[in-house]
Ligand binder design. Structure first.
Ligand code: CAA
Length: 309
């Protein structure tokens, strides 16, 4: 398969940049994040295989990608419908799906994992893929809160392992956090930076610390808003209005929580509070725990802090 070729490029800057040219990307996990990453990679000319164990999830993801791309085309190509149709066709042709990660990675340059936030599950996945992926293939996790070093430890490619953290909704949010562990090679890091650039994203880098930059600041802010609400200092509606109109945030903390998913937020906070039991910043929230226990995860389940039709 053509994707086995290992390309090394030298950039034009004075400090010679070597990076693997990413032609084929394997994205593991057909949820919101995986589908969003697949959409952006496909629409920027990359061949993408979206992998999930559940075929129905994959079909839903592809339908979602097509719907979102149609939205983009309608706007971007308003005056050129034919060019819009061509863009859509090309992008969709770049997307394939599979339930067999092991065979897909044999022809891939980059694996981006966006599955459940569970260290053991991620380690098992990467440990298995490491045995079958070509030597040049770079592995990256889109984890929001786990240590990249811990995830990578199940593989023998510590130098070709990093973090690529995207934000929801991936096609709209312009940032990618690129994480290098102490073992990530410069070539791998440059490859991840270059890939982010090819996706049209702005990247920032951060050490392999819990929550990287954004979630380390965002989650405590959201949890503080929940605590204000628990104390009765303000209604959730007023807190949301305050942060939108007072700070210019596109969503208030409760709207954003429902958007990100309360299950995801709880998972992140549980991990941090277990690691820092005496830090009040990561203390448990009764309201959050109750909503999650009731299966009210936010927009995706139709109810979280708010109800959705
Ligand atoms: N694909 C392509 N385009 C999309 C899209 C998608 N999936 N979703 C939205 N859009 C586009 C729309 O077409 C629209 O474009 P125009 O303005 O050019 O018409 C634009 O995005 C805005 O969308 P909407 O009009 O539907 O809705 P909105 O104006 O209410 O914006 C929002 C929605 C972009 C989500 C905005 O509310 C927002 O930015 N919210 C904050 C999101 C945020 O903070 N995300 C980070 C969460 S933290 C995280 O993800 C990290 C983690 O690990 C937990």
């Amino acid at each position: 398969m053509a994707f086995f070729t290992h390309h090394i490029c030298r950039g034009l800057s004075s400090s010679a940049v070597r990076h693997v040219v990413i032609k084929h990307v394997t994205i593991i996990g057909g949820g919101q994040m995986g589908a969003g990453i697949a959409q952006v990679a496909a629409s920027t000319g990359h061949a993408v295989t979206l992998v999930d164990t559940n075929e129905d999830i994959l079909k839903k993801a592809v339908k979602g990608i097509e719907g979102n791309l149609k939205r983009v085309v309608k706007k971007k190509f308003a005056d050129k419908p034919e060019a819009g149709e061509e863009f859509l066709q090309k992008a969709m042709q770049n997307v394939s799906i599979s339930t067999d990660a092991g065979s897909v990675v044999q022809g891939t340059d980059l694996v981006v994992e966006a599955i459940v936030e569970n260290l053991k599950v991620k380690q098992d996945l990467f440990g298995g893929l490491d045995k079958v992926a070509p030597a040049h293939t770079i592995f990256a996790s889109n984890t929001s809160s786990l240590s990249i070093t811990d995830i990578a430890s199940s593989t023998n490619r510590l130098d070709r392992f990093g973090g690529l953290h995207f934000f929801n909704p991936v096609p709209v949010m312009r940032l990618v956090e690129v994480i290098a562990t102490s073992s990530t090679s410069q070539e791998t890091f440059d490859s991840l930076l270059n890939f982010s650039k090819m996706l049209g994203k702005t990247s920032v880098s951060c050490k392999d610390t819990p929550g990287f930059i954004v979630n380390r600041l965002l989650l405590p802010y959201i949890l503080d808003a929940v605590r204000m609400y628990e104390r009765g200092d303000g209604s959730k509606e007023d807190i949301d209005i305050a942060m939108k109109l007072g700070c210019g945030y596109p969503m208030g903390p409760f709207e954003l929580s429902d958007y990100v998913g309360l299950d995801t937020m709880k998972f992140i906070m549980d991990g941090w509070s277990a690691a820092n039991p005496d830090n009040p910043m990561f203390a448990q929230s009764e309201v959050l725990n109750k909503l999650v226990a009731e299966g009210k995860f936010g927009k995706k389940t139709g109810e979280g802090f708010y109800k959705y039709k």
